[in-house]
Structures are given as structure tokens and as C-alpha cells.
Design a protein around this ligand. Sequence first.
Ligand SMILES: NC(=O)c1ccc[n+]([C@@H]2O[C@H](COP(=O)([O-])OP(=O)(O)OC[C@H]3O[C@@H](n4cnc5c(N)ncnc54)[C@H](OP(=O)(O)O)[C@@H]3O)[C@@H](O)[C@H]2O)c1
Length: 243
Amino acid sequence: MGDRFTGRVALVTGGGSGIGRHTARALAAEGATVVVAGRDKDALAETGGVPVVADVTVESEVEALLATVADRFGRLDVAVNNAGVFGGGMPLAEMPSAEWDRLVATNLTGVYLTMKHEITLMRGTGGTIVNVASNIGAHGRRPGLGAYAATKAAVSVLTRNTALEYIGAGIRINAVSPGPADTAMSLWPGETPDDRAARLASALPIGRVGSLDEITGAILWLASDDSAFTVGHDLVVDGGATA
Ligand SMILES: NC(=O)c1ccc[n+]([C@@H]2O[C@H](COP(=O)([O-])OP(=O)(O)OC[C@H]3O[C@@H](n4cnc5c(N)ncnc54)[C@H](OP(=O)(O)O)[C@@H]3O)[C@@H](O)[C@H]2O)c1
């Protein structure tokens, strides 16, 4: 276990489960004080760290979240914008517009809003931001999942452009695009996480889904000084799916 984040203040959105929870715990294990944000208070409390209930689709809640970080710690060194929802699962003309709105609001507007208020707090001191996109945004081909893929591709583009806008201010912004990982996201009805892992593994060149350590390892690398010369990059971690 390293100590790359000793003395640093970190924020992880979607910190109550899956990749976000694992990332929050990994940051804490390497010395960070970690604020975890999401909509489920109990889930956040189970993760550990400093739980703050906030919906990333609501600007006033994102502003209040960053105000809490500012009040309690006076700074923000690391932000991992991981909150996201999976959905769609049907051809475009069949998909209710409410489902489109839900995906865009969480996966894209949520990243815009969190980056906006994180950058405001990081100005002057600098910091690192890692947005969690998806390899589906990079390869873009998954009939039925076009809306989800489009939100993730947009996160990747937004990451690159925002990185160029703020690297001069010492704020280094990158993205991680995981492939199928060992979480409960995108379970089919009645499917267990093990069934899901087996289903997805068969389509991956490496023959298995990614572990939480493997996804979190990439996030922590981009959040740390180990990647100090890496700016505006979208690191695809997907077992060869987009190779
Ligand atoms: N697992 C994969 O195979 C995979 C692959 C590629 C990319 N990803 C991306 O990785 C990220 C994490 O996914 P995961 O696999 O760890 O799934 P997960 O366990 O469902 O995590 C998503 C988290 O986002 C939070 N969230 C959702 N809507 C929110 C909102 N409006 N405001 C605040 N928090 C919200 C959820 O908490 P609440 O609902 O309690 O708020 C949950 O903790 C997502 O962005 C996902 O798209 C996952």
C-alpha cells in the first residue's frame, strides 16, 4: 500500500457502491481524507470517510457538496467524478425521452456540474480530477445502448477540452474508461453479479471482467503525482475490448 495521497482531500461521487466505494477506500488507504457523495446516506456511511448526500444532477446540491468540502477542509486536491447510471437497453425510437433525460442528466450533466464546482474550489491550489467514462464511449458500438454510449463519449470529449482550459491553473483532468467490471451495474432482470460477470467475460479478449482493484488502480494513478505529465487523457481499461 502506498502513501500517494497523504495530507490530501479527495471527493468521490457515487461513493456508496461499486467502483466509487472501492476508489474511496483505496484513496483513504493511501492517506487521503475522503468525502463520499451519493444519494443513499446509509450506503455512503458503509463506505466510510465523510459522507455527504448530494444528487449530481441538481446544481444546488453539487454547490452545497463543494461548500461542505470547503468549510470542513478549506481545499480539494482530488476529485473522482464516478456517479453514473446505466440504461436504455432498447432501440432509439422505442426509448422514452425520460430515459434519455435520466442518462444525460446523471452521466453528462452530473460530470459538468461537479467539475464546474470542483474547479472553482481547486483554483489557486491546483488538483487532479478523474472522470469515469466507459469503454463503450470509445468503441461506440452496442445497439440498444446508444444513449448510454453517447453520454460516456461526451464525458471523454468534455474531459479533454476542460483539461486544456485548466492545466494552466494547475488542475490536471483525465478520464478512465472501464470495460465491464465486477460490480452490480447493468444486471439483467433475475441475474446475479456472478452470472453477469460470466456473460460479459465471454465477449472480452482477456476472458474475464475487470476487478475493482484493476479499475481503481487506473483511477488512482491518474489522480496521483505518478501521472504528472498526463493531461486530458482517457485511459481505457477494458481487457482488450477496444484494442
Ligand atoms: N461496472 C462496469 O462494468 C462499468 C463499466 C464502464 C463504466 N462504468 C462506470 O463506472 C461508474 C461507477 O459504476 P459502478 O459499476 O460502480 O455502478 P454502481 O455501483 O451502480 O455505482 C454508481 C453510483 O453512482 C451513484 N449515483 C447514481 N446517480 C446519482 C446521482 N444522480 N447523484 C449522485 N450519485 C449518483 C449511485 O448511488 P445512488 O444511486 O445511491 O445515488 C452509485 O453509488 C459509472 O459512471 C459507470 O457508468 C462502469
